[in-house]
Design a protein around this ligand. Structure first.
Ligand SMILES: [Zn+2]
Length: 498
């Protein structure tokens, strides 16, 4: 039986610890202890035996035993063995879910607080990183999991969480996520999506890898041409050109999806769930193309719990939605209607940070069968803390991010112009700067370059960032809880709506 306990419980806390939250079983109580910016794992147990799986210094204390140990992978694994709530779960058992992502490893506490305060009924995905993000900061999939586990202990969170190995394009990336215990695998065949909109020639369709598709062009046409697709608010009669376009655009992505899917299922030693994502591609996924992908992946034996199409325009990193909200509503409703025809899977909204105006309509149009992915703006909350407590470090991060923006922007959906932002921060209100659209995107996409840079004394900015944020973890968590909470409230309201 795992209980959550606050600082007013009857467990004595060691000196130097300010009322930490704890996770408890009858055999073990766990908390995170701070000494300045340095953190350690603190365990209390009635028996010495309960502490033997953990690394650290153990001693008898009063009637029981205590252990102080490092935030190591060995200790994270031992915690996951002792506390079922620290093992990631399938999120597909929950109708509505939100992934928060944590580039720094210090955000779980504030994010969990947001779910506690504003996310009733919304399943959190607190370990969520793409391979690209991990590689940029030299983190392993296991270190992402470890950071989430310790953050959950720190938050006293025992209501379960998901772990999403995001935007995987290689079997090697799948292996990394499986080894680290991730449960959700977001498979991204986007590199195999052909850059076509309409008007493909039949020869292009004939050249598809039909043996790998276990199909023929004649059979494909027979399945679709002349049929009617019902997307709720409209009916679409499928033409031969629709079919050829969908097949040429996404046929190779179907093959790639199945290669990644089979590798995941064949190698998983634990329960996993799949998302297919083609959101990071150039052209909108039409309703028929969504239907084609779902039909073909089903025919080839895949099942999945969420799908991310390429939506209508307007999704940029870290800022409000910039497209047509009614067009988005209609678009989401149709994608949801298609998902319902395949047993009902979630429509997954990526690049979801800071789009407060559209969350209510996203929840409504999908009847709450939706997964929202946010990520980089938790890092911006960390930057607010840095700006408040170490302006010199913030200034260095700004300089590197701004200088590298022209190159970094290529891999993101952003429209910021560095020329509209200050080159020198003298006299600039830093909080206002961080919350302005241009600077937000520059800082958001510049995290890799800036945190991998060094200061004038040769110290890595990443280490300094972690040290400053960790030393102000309480304030950092307040900023995060408020910011993430604004994302959650509209989704938490959905179960009441239905
Ligand atoms: Zn995405």
């Amino acid at each position: 039986m795992v209980r959550v306990a606050g600082g007013t419980d009857d467990v004595p806390h060691p000196a130097g610890t300010e009322n930490p939250m704890t996770l408890r079983t009858d055999a073990l109580t766990a908390s995170i202890r701070y000494e300045g910016s340095a953190r350690s794992l603190q365990l209390d147990a009635p028996t010495a035996a309960a502490l033997t799986p953990f690394d650290g210094t153990a001693s008898a204390a009063g009637d029981g035993h205590v252990l102080t140990g490092p935030l190591s992978t060995a200790n994270a694994l031992a915690l996951q063995a002792a506390f079922p709530s620290l093992r990631p779960q399938r999120i597909s058992d929950h109708r509505t879910s939100v992934g928060t992502g944590d580039r720094t490893g210090l955000a779980t506490l504030g994010q969990a607080r947001a779910f506690a305060a504003e996310g009733t009924g919304v399943m959190p995905v607190l370990a969520q990183q793409s391979i690209r993000e991990m590689d940029r900061l030299g983190r392993s999939a296991r270190s992402v999991m470890d950071d989430a586990v310790f953050g959950l202990v720190e938050a006293g969170w025992n209501r379960g969480f998901g772990a999403d190995c995001d935007h995987i394009k290689t079997t090697e990336g799948i292996d990394r996520g499986l080894d680290a215990g991730f449960v959700m695998f977001t498979l991204d065949p986007g590199d195999m999506v052909a850059d076509v909109t309409a008007g493909v020639a039949p020869a292009e369709a004939e050249a598809l890898p039909w043996d790998q598709l276990e199909d023929s062009l004649a059979d494909l046409k027979a399945r679709y041409v002349g049929t009617t697709l019902d997307v709720g608010h409209s009916q679409i009669t499928i033409t031969e050109q629709d079919v050829l376009t969908a097949a040429v655009k996404y046929g190779r992505a179907v093959v790639e999806s199945m290669r990644l899917y089979r590798h995941t299922l064949d190698n998983a030693q634990h329960e996993v769930e799949i998302e297919f994502a083609v959101d990071e591609t150039k052209w909108l996924t039409t309703f028929f193309e969504h239907f084609y992908l779902a039909t073909e992946l089903t025919r080839l034996g895949a099942s999945w719990s969420s799908f991310a199409p390429r939506y209508v325009d307007g999704f940029e990193k870290g800022v409000e939605f910039r497209g047509d909200a009614e067009e988005l509503r209609s678009n989401l409703a149709a994608h949801h209607a298609i998902a319902e025809q395949f047993g009902g899977y979630k429509i997954s909204l990526h690049t979801g940070s800071d789009k407060f105006s559209i969350y209510p309509l996203c929840a409504e149009a999908t009847a709450g069968l939706v997964h929202l992915k946010t990520s980089g703006t938790s890092y911006l909350c960390g930057l607010e803390v840095v700006a408040a407590h170490d302006a010199e470090l913030f200034s260095r991060i700004w300089d590197v991010s701004r200088a590298s923006y022209a190159r970094a922007r290529a891999s993101y959906q952003v429209s910021a112009d560095e020329e509209r932002t200050p080159a020198s921060l003298a006299g600039v209100d830093l909080l206002e700067l961080i919350r302005s659209d241009d600077a937000r995107q520059i800082l958001h996409v510049g995290y890799g370059d800036s945190l991998n840079a060094t200061d004038a004394a040769g110290a890595p900015l990443h280490d300094r960032f972690l040290s400053v944020v960790s030393a102000h973890q309480e304030g950092h968590s307040e900023v995060l809880a408020a910011h993430i909470g604004r994302h959650l409230a509209p989704f938490a309201a959905v179960p009441a709506m239905r």
